[in-house]
Design a protein around this ligand. Structure first.
Ligand code: F3S
Length: 392
């Protein structure tokens, strides 16, 4: 890979170890994927923040980077952590877990990363159309590529962090226009009514597509929430980094394959993801983290109602959205629900918080929580989840 004089100096360690090791990670990746050069990025989004999912493994490396003076060269946001600090339910977690999580966050902060602690950085700053990014967090990657026309590969935590420090990424994969072509046409022959149906379609597609980019034809509506659920689920069960929508089902010249998805496929996926039929003890909305619009919808539903005793309602979002949604937050919390920032039900320790059965409208959550947390899951659309929260 070609390096400029300045990049070579960094590679040789003239700016210190943190930048040298970051440059080496990027060059290694670039060589592996056939990149010819590094290109500047507008922003990085770093995963690998939640102590529950990363454990102790990265702490030493992060400490070494921070100790040798590594600082982000571009705007760099961070994924959710395992704890909502200062939020009473999370005080029940052990001191050790709380301290480890605080240490990881502190190290990212020392490196100049923004402690956004959200998987929806695009609600904080919408990336420019056509801009190059280095984002980890698969749901944000597919959202940025498909709905915002920002260009990012599906990075891992270390490569996104290396890009944050250098301000560049290797020019390969989805940074190249020729790799952003769809190769498969998907015809949807099923009635999709709610955002949950879009999520189920996404999980089903992810399993079939692998890393192929699809054109999806036959979707009855294209609301942001439904498409966010579709993308997050697709990126959960597969490696698909982006999708296109088509109203006409037209064939691009790059299409090599055509498939259809019907009711039966969706029903099978839905049944596989549902593991409980009893009453839930937690209703969780906000995977990926809620938008302002979602908080408004939830507040409208809950206005004048009460969450019934014995059940928790968590609505997860970023601090940024929460600040903009004051009046909706007040309504949700007056009903007995909790608007929780910095974490989500997937990356925290649900069993330690007394949760055994969770109800959600998120297929991504339903996919991960049984194996990651040992809880059972009921999948229902948003409105049914809220009705269940309030029903006597
Ligand atoms: Fe975000 Fe947690 Fe879902 S990080 S995408 S809310 S699993």
């Amino acid at each position: 890979m070609y390096l400029t004089k300045e990049e070579e100096r960094i590679y040789d360690g003239e700016l210190g170890w943190a930048y040298q090791v970051s440059m080496k990670i990027l060059v290694k990746l670039g060589d592996l994927y056939g990149a010819k050069r590094l290109i500047p990025i507008d922003s990085a989004h770093i995963s690998g923040v939640a102590y529950k999912t990363v454990g102790d493994a990265p702490i030493e490396f992060l400490r070494a980077l921070a100790d040798s003076g590594g600082k982000a060269a571009v705007q760099a946001t961070t994924n959710p952590s395992s704890i909502s600090f200062g939020n009473p339910p999370f005080n029940a977690l052990s001191r050790e877990l709380i301290e480890k999580q605080a240490e990881i966050i502190g190290l990212y902060e020392r490196m100049g990363l923004e402690l956004t602690l959200t998987c929806t950085p695009y609600y904080i700053r919408r990336p420019r159309s056509g801009s190059n990014l280095s984002w980890a967090e698969s749901s944000a990657v597919i959202y940025a590529n498909s709905l915002l026309n920002a260009w990012t590969n599906r990075e891992g935590g270390p490569s996104a962090l290396a890009s944050a420090l250098i301000g560049k990424t290797p020019d390969h994969g989805l940074h190249r226009p020729e790799n952003r072509q769809a190769s498969i046409l998907v015809r949807v022959e099923a009635d999709l009514e709610s955002e949950l149906d879009y999520g189920v379609l996404g999980i089903c597609l992810g399993e079939i597509l692998g890393d192929k980019i699809p054109v999806i034809y036959g979707l009855p509506r294209c609301e942001e929430l439904s498409l966010k659920q579709l993308g997050a689920a697709m990126a959960t069960s597969g490696m698909t980094p982006m999708f296109y929508l088509s109203e006409k089902g037209g064939n691009g010249s790059s299409i090599e394959e055509k498939i259809s998805i019907g009711e039966r496929d969706l029903r099978a996926s839905y049944e596989r993801l549902t593991s409980a039929y009893e009453k839930p003890d937690l209703i969780f909305i906000g995977c990926p983290h809620c938008s302002l619009e979602e908080l408004k919808t939830i507040a409208r539903y809950l206005e004048g109602k009460r969450v019934r005793p014995g059940i928790k309602l968590w609505v997860c979002t970023s601090n940024h959205v929460r600040r903009d949604a004051k009046e909706y937050v007040e309504i949700i919390e007056a009903s007995g629900g909790q608007v929780i920032c910095d974490t989500c039900a997937v990356v925290t320790w649900l069993r330690d918080l007394g949760i055994e059965i969770l109800m959600t409208n998120s297929v991504k959550t339903a996919h991960y929580t049984p194996s990651m947390s040992g809880v059972k899951v009921i999948l229902s659309p948003l409105e049914d989840c809220l009705r269940e929260a309030c029903q006597k």
